[in-house]
Ligand binder design. Structure first.
Ligand code: KG4
Ligand code: ZN
Length: 342
């Protein structure tokens, strides 16, 4: 099997229309992301129907741009990888239908990739020689999960959020403070100018479970803001953001430390959109120093939703069993909006 296989990857699980071309197992030749933040910003969150329609408009130009930036043409592509779930079902279907038609029309193998395994693959795109098993903290708008990863395609789920995801809590707190969408980067910016003036409690931080819960801190912030407004005082946005962010990062790092104690990984990594947060990145690096473990923090473009991570996941899954007939079973492949790996 060729080592330098050219893969076209497509990702439309949420509000980014993305396409990428990768070469071999880990090389990224292009990684184009058309974000829909302008479209959803005024609603303070993603409107699924609008996201689907925008994906339909953008998918073709985004794929063309990815091919062009990689210096490739469609006839050079040897494998198609596409996100099949989890995500918004209508949004997933746009990318999946496009990928199926393309692969079928050209007789190419098609790999359906789990979006979370895609986020995990970003770790290997950053460091192909990641010491294994790697403990991955995956924090995004829809997920907060801990996985023990032996390799791409072999992951064990250790724990996850029981209610809101960390990114979702960032987005909701930003909405309460009228900071705009997506909230994470806005809260981070405000937090940098504030202090930890308030106590924002987070459930389950002291318990032995590897699960998370982030609906509590969101509600605590809501009551805090309401209390301040009732007293007719000015809302200290920066201090609230700082206090909230510290609590969330504490919870994420403390559970990661507990997971290290329980599973003895060879390295640790962070992934997903919330892994763009500088405070979390620094604290993860500090945890690496504390535990003596190497830490992989993928570049921010690889943490937030993108298609290169889907390509890297897809090609690695494919190369494990390249002769399997399932890669040509286009009609069998369906969107799976609730799919959790491991
Ligand atoms: O992985 P991602 O791009 O999409 C999902 O799969 O959900 O993650 C998006 C989430 C959003 O909730 C966004 O607010 C959050 O990641 N996020 C951040 C930061 N940048 C993005 N959260 C905290 N700090 C950031 N700098
Ligand atoms: Zn994601």
């Amino acid at each position: 099997m060729k080592d330098n296989l050219l893969t076209l990857a497509i990702e439309t699980s949420c509000d980014e229309t993305a396409a990428a071309v990768t070469r071999g197992r880990y090389d990224i030749l292009s990684n184009v992301v058309a974000s829909q933040h302008d479209l959803h910003g005024k609603y303070g969150g993603i409107v699924p129907e609008l996201a689907c329609r925008r994906h339909v408009e953008l998918i073709q130009p985004v794929v063309e741009e990815a091919l062009e930036k990689a210096g490739t043409r469609i006839k050079d592509i040897e494998l198609v990888a596409v996100t099949r779930g989890p995500g918004l079902v209508g949004a997933l279907l746009v990318g999946l239908s496009y990928a199926k038609a393309l692969a079928w029309g050209r007789g190419l193998p098609l790999v359906g990739v789990n979006h979370l395994e895609g986020h995990i693959a970003a770790i290997f795109a950053t460091e192909p020689k990641t010491p294994l098993p790697v403990l991955a903290l995956l924090v995004s708008g829809g997920h907060t999960e801990l996985f023990l990863v032996k390799r791409i395609g072999d992951v064990t789920h250790l724990g996850g959020t029981r209610d809101d995801a960390a990114g979702e809590a960032f987005d909701k707190v930003a909405k309460m403070l009228d900071l705009g969408y997506p909230g994470g980067p806005k809260v981070e910016k405000m937090a940098a100018q504030g202090t930890r003036k308030f106590r924002v409690p987070i459930a389950m931080t002291a318990s032995d479970t590897l699960d998370f819960s982030f609906s509590g801190p969101k509600t605590a912030v809501k009551y805090l803001i309401n209390g301040i407004k009732e007293k007719n005082e000015e809302v200290p946005v920066k201090d609230i953001c700082h206090s909230f962010q510290e609590s969330v990062v504490d919870a994420l790092i403390n559970k990661t430390r507990l997971a290290i104690e329980k599973t003895s990984p060879a390295s640790i990594a962070i992934a997903g959109g919330v892994a763009c947060n500088t405070k979390l990145r620094r604290r993860a690096e500090a945890l690496g120093k504390e535990t003596g473990l190497p830490v992989i923090t993928p570049d921010m473009e690889l943490c937030s939703d993108n298609a290169a991570m889907v390509g890297v996941a897809g090609v690695n899954l494919y190369l494990d069993s390249p002769n399997d007939s399932k890669w040509m079973d286009y009609l069998e492949m369906d969107a799976d909006p609730g799919w959790l790996p491991g």
